[in-house]
Design a binder for this molecule. Sequence first.
Ligand code: ATP
Ligand code: MG
Length: 463
Amino acid sequence: MIISRVISKVRQALGQTESAGDNTIQARILKRQEHGISRDDISENALKVLYRLHKSGFQAYLVGGCVRDLIVGLRPKDFDVVTDATPEEVKGLFRNCRLIGRRFRLAHIVFGREIIEVATFRGHHQSGDESKHEKLGEQNVEGQIVRDNVFGSIEEDAERRDFTVNAMYYNIADYTVSDFANGMQDIRNKKIELIGDPETRYREDPVRMIRAVRFAAKLDMSISDRAAKGIHDLHGLLANIPPARLFEEVLKLFVSGQGLKTFQLLLEFQLFEQLFPQLKSHLNDPHGRERKFIEQVLTNTDNRINTGQRVTPAFLYASMLWYPLEEHCEKLMQESGLTRHDAFNIAMNDVLHRQIQRIMIPKRFSTGIRDIWQLQERLPKRFGRRAYQMLENPRFRAGYDFLLLRGQIEGGKLLELADWWTDFQEADGNARKAMLVALREAEGGGPRRGNRRRKRRTQPASQ
Ligand code: ATP
Ligand code: MG
């Protein structure tokens, strides 16, 4: 196997041990005091799953992000389990189990809102043994893995993982951690190191390039030189990833609590333009308003996440694509003589359509994106009842937050408008009325605009 040979070379270079005779990698076994993981920090449901597998005679480990996060002292988002039991065997052990996935067959054990994912050890793709593995594992001409249901040993499973810090296994049988690729040392050195040969591993799955960036930002580590060089050479391969797979991975980039840092790294590695091609020409100037706007949005997103508040993907995507939308809208008005209203609607469709060629945006979020955008057109129109109706709009808050950010970046009339809405929300009934009167006088003071019809329409609101 190419991967094991490459790993073997890397390990020799790193001075690590290998079992004699074959080229399977061997783990370093870290005891409790070396890895520091306490069962108190492991979800009770994950422990239940691990113990039941173990008592039924199967191997059972926590693996991946949760082990890594527990070691570095972060709270894991979720707990993933691996075992030598097949998905069907897992299903036989848990009533609350459902099998999911085609590309990766997995068992989900459902405990109310918590889901413990249980995977069977993945094996290698045997290129010389097509007949047996044909239906289970598959690679396309670019070397990308498109189907992956070959089961294997824990060693093989470890070799297939992306980064050394993600290939550590917490064994429920004796509470040790098996460290297959020297992840512990890389944690100490604060290094994101790819397992195996970068070119092969990125070709197998180009998503690993954005994952490298995500982990570097999230864990405050740096990407090793060899892993970084691979990204510089191969970032274009991201275009081969099916858009449906990218939504979740891209979302994780921006909701880790380190979205700003992640964004800056994505730019540095030319990965951002792969994900958002329409922004390519907008981000060249590091001090330009487009860049500042996205940075401000991500700073706020990080603050919200780090203080336990919710963020919506719709807001993030609406922000990313705002300037391409404005530019396209202006262009349509100039070139086709469309009204602002028509041009804006067409531009919304076009910009979203182009984006989903790269990242599939689920319908519930694209609706939210449109709502936020449309509110930007409606928020300037405040006369009479409109201002009150706007406050009742379920999307008002998101639309207003968005306007405020635009105002903070662009200043001028936009900021005045955003401040007006801030005051209007805070004002009591009389103060609101006064604000609307003042607005009418300031904006509708001319002989034609201060007409009676508009005055009449304000009356019901002042009752
Ligand atoms: P997070 O804390 O963000 O969930 P994670 O490391 O758990 O980080 P997941 O996407 O949940 O990331 O993946 C779980 C584990 O599966 C990883 O730690 C890694 O070992 C393995 N893995 C995930 N994606 C890949 C990939 N594209 N290539 C190889 N291994 C992967
Ligand atoms: Mg995870």
